[in-house]
Design a protein around this ligand. Structure first.
Ligand SMILES: [Zn+2]
Ligand SMILES: [Zn+2]
Length: 538
């Protein structure tokens, strides 16, 4: 999601030339213009008119998103490897896509069995295969003979046609039933058992990221390499394109389950629920399929009984995720404002962790203003009301050291001060105190959350406010020079830890902190004018 750019002038001046920034600004401005269109399209339910009209209306959200993508990453505009002929190459991508569309949409007659339904699994597998071939080439320049079958104008043509077919089945349950009966086990397995193909690069990127995060001695160079791999993997839209269809189908099976459903429908719904929860709450899959899934999920979100059922099955974090970071964020905000209390029931520690992870993400990226958001306050209030401190404790032990410290802070304040937190207003006050937390306290928290190599890397930014004049910092800088990867000295690490973790704070303003009273005395002449200013502000 592009956001309005707020880049400080001094960073602009030093980083890159003017052209780069003006181009970036143009993109952001264009994005801002399209936002109202995206928001209004996200609310379109397509619940009246003919089936085709309803499908068209539901597709407006995807089309608006495509416009935005065209202006930003351009990824939806990716051209096929081979030119699109008329008629398309037999067994090529567009040949398969048109065949699927014909079988499901155009030639379907209610009540009549079609022998073609049994071809759908083959056709869909062929589409998945060609997407894989194409993106292996895009991401890693892997050649494959089948590239000549990748014949589309833009990849969006593939995605949107699949989406229309998916919506047709979602909006017409008897048709889905007929297709499933004709498609047999093979189709069921493709739609409900086989995992989405996120690609080898994304899998590798996730593994490397985990290794780097887990290694206490990993350095900035490791993190740069890891994020490069991640960026390469982001170009792989194979799962994304497939999700336009797979998401609609999973939602269709989920929504179709009624009290009087037969055994088949119940089995499909159970499998669909599991995959929807997994796809929408796993960070990996969210990254890989993103907006097509958000788009598909809308009918669950706007149908209260379905939403409560989905949340209680573990999907609560998905709605928060779509509110925090998706093109449906306005719509999901509106839905969260009216979220029934029942949606919070039956949550597991894992499903609550999905919620806290999304909240942390939003706080990292949006900062202070977010802390007074009524949706956030209501979420924290409900979470505490139903589950006490446990989810906050778990949220504080985030798997990533760079996650913010809000849950750590909340847990500590509630425990230490014995806060009762009975009303949303209590939560508002607590979040205010978090936002206004003295800088020195904030730094101490951040310090305690850093890995050991992070602490070594950040010596200059944390620890004693006496800066270069601090003798202990000088000593630690010298020790840093002697470090050898794989050889750790607990005594030295303890010294480093202590230097950053227990600073003496300037009691008057709370903004500076020192490793010793000597440093505080030495620094006073420098700090005095600043201290008076800071005190006035508080
Ligand atoms: Zn010092
Ligand atoms: Zn001060």
């Amino acid at each position: 999601m592009p956001r309005p750019l707020a880049i400080p002038q001094d960073i602009k001046d030093t980083l890159l030339d003017d052209n780069f920034w003006s181009e970036l600004k143009e993109i952001a401005d264009a994005g801002e213009k399209i936002m109202p269109e995206i928001v209004s399209a996200s609310r379109k339910r397509g619940d009246s008119g003919t089936l085709d009209q309803r499908i068209q209306e539901r597709c407006e959200f995807a089309r608006a998103g495509m416009k935005l993508m065209a202006l930003t990453t351009g990824s939806h505009m990716a051209k096929g490897f081979a030119p699109l002929c008329n008629p398309p190459i037999p067994t090529g991508m567009m040949h398969c896509i048109r065949a699927i569309e014909r079988i499901v949409r155009k030639e379907y007659t209610p009540g009549r069995k079609s022998a073609d339904f049994s071809k759908l699994a083959y056709l869909l597998k062929r589409v998945r295969h060609l997407l894989r071939v194409y993106y292996n080439f895009i991401v890693a320049r892997q050649a494959d003979d089948d590239l000549v079958f990748c014949d589309w104008e833009t990849i969006f043509d593939v995605g949107i046609t699949l989406h229309q077919v998916g919506l047709c089945l979602l909006l017409d349950p008897p048709r889905l039933r007929a297709v499933m009966a004709g498609g047999g086990k093979e189709l069921e397995s493709f739609l409900l058992d086989e995992e989405l193909d996120v690609g080898a690069f994304r899998v590798a990127a996730i593994q490397v990221e985990k290794i780097v995060e887990a290694d206490p001695e990993s350095e900035d160079a490791d993190r740069v390499a890891s994020s490069k791999l991640e960026r390469a993997a982001e170009a792989d839209l194979a799962a994304h394109t497939m999700a336009w269809f797979m998401g609609d189908l999973a939602v269709a099976f989920f929504l179709n389950e009624k009290d009087d459903s037969d055994a088949d429908e119940k089995r499909w719904a159970a499998k669909a629920t599991k995959r929807l929860v997994h796809w929408s709450t796993s960070p990996t899959l969210r990254d890989a399929i993103g907006d097509p899934l958000t788009d598909a999920m809308r009918p669950i979100y706007w149908t209260t009984t379905a939403l409560v059922k989905f949340c209680q099955a573990g999907g609560l974090g998905a709605l928060f995720g779509d509110w925090v970071n998706s093109s449906g964020q306005v719509l999901c905000g509106e839905i969260l404002e009216k979220l029934p209390d029942a949606a919070w029931k039956n949550q597991t520690p894992t499903s609550l962790r999905h919620v806290t992870r999304e909240i942390q993400f939003k706080l990292t990226h949006e900062g202070d203003g977010f802390a007074s958001d009524p949706i956030l306050i209501d979420a924290l209030f409900k979470m505490y009301k139903h589950y006490g401190l446990a989810p906050f404790h778990k949220g504080a032990k985030a798997e990533k050291s760079r996650d913010p410290i809000v849950f750590h802070y909340i847990e500590r304040q509630i425990k230490r001060d014995g806060l009762e937190m009975r009303t949303p207003a209590d939560w508002r006050r607590l979040l205010d105190s978090y936002i206004n937390m003295p800088r020195s306290v904030n730094r101490r928290y951040s310090w305690s959350n850093m890995t050991i190599s992070g602490k070594w890397d950040c010596l200059e930014y944390y620890g004693c406010s006496n800066g270069e004049a601090c003798p202990e910092r000088k000593a630690l800088e010298a020790l840093r020079e002697q470090r050898v990867r794989g050889v750790r000295d607990p005594a030295v690490e303890q010294r480093l830890e202590k230097w950053g973790a227990k600073p003496r704070q300037c009691a008057a303003c709370g903004w500076t902190a020192y490793c010793s009273s000597e440093c505080q005395k030495v620094h006073w002449a420098d700090h005095k004018p600043d201290c008076l200013k800071k005190r006035k502000r508080a």
